[in-house]
Design a protein around this ligand. Sequence first.
Ligand code: UT7
Length: 310
Amino acid sequence: MNAGVLGIGRFLPEKILTNFDLEKMVDTSDEWIRSRTGIEERRIADDATKSSDMAYDAAVKALKNANLTAEDIDLIIVATVTPDTPFPSIACIIQERLGATRAAAMDVGAACAGFMYGMVTAKQFIESGTYNHVLVVGVEKLSKITDWKDRNTAVLFGDGAGAVVMGKVSEGRGILSFELGANGAGAKHLYQDEYIIMNGREVFKFAVRQMADSSVNVIEKAGLQKEDVDFLIPHQANIRIMEASRQRLGLPEEKMSKTIKKYGNTSSSSIPIALAEEVDAGKIKDDDVIVMVGFGGGLTWGAIALRWGR
Ligand code: UT7
């Protein structure tokens, strides 16, 4: 039996920061941001809202959607690069708030690929029979590590959280294949000092190749053909990077999630947020084959082919 998704939830802060707002903050334009990245606006958490608050909200919704309670959870994994403080982990903070007293808890740091790393880790525990239910959350408050004077990065990022509850699903459904990878030699291209420092062009080149390769690799590993893919959920980093994956899979435009337009790049929360939106919108139905693929600072990457449904 495969591990799959039993429930899903997301949280987006209310405050919207538009490209026009950014025009007043740095030397940029709505036209530049829109055409180079596909972003029109992003959400920004207020000062009082911590990463753990957003993670908690998304987790509560995912548990409800899965028809499970906090006591059912055996393990909590939170993917993030913006924990409230280096320790305790966000996983421990929400373990207490949820009342998931039986659950082990840890954060994973794999930047924008973190949610893929989290889901694959959950799969190992579930399919080995060690744990029944694993809560996986992706959450970021990137606004607190964004240099709002640096136009290279300020236009890209946003805040938010997404969560899934994973467990055993019916035969044929769930995670069909995955790929995880890292190249520490590329760490210098994307890292946090006080703020996010990024060599955009280098990251772009890496991402275009890696996202497209990984998308195809997981389909082959699953013994499927490109034609079998129903929907693509790429990490929402840049529409031009996402398009490269879509085109390699030969998918029509409407079969790819484009929440980037509204939320920008929310790092490890971008994939679960996009997944939750598409499921809610009825774009992903039971037995659809979806490909999720992400890349990020590290450099890291990860992809999953999954047949949707419990
Ligand atoms: O989750 C992973 C996080 N990182 C990423 O996904 C980033 C990947 N990289 C990218 O998405 C793109 O490289 C960017 C969106 C960051 C930049 O787009 P680009 O097409 O690679 O632009 P560029 O860096 O080649 O810059 C082109 C021009 C430059 O001006 P000159 O040298 O041609 O005169 C930049 O100075 O655009 C200028 N520029 C801007 N102009 C207006 C750079 N940022 C901005 C800006 N507004 N915000």
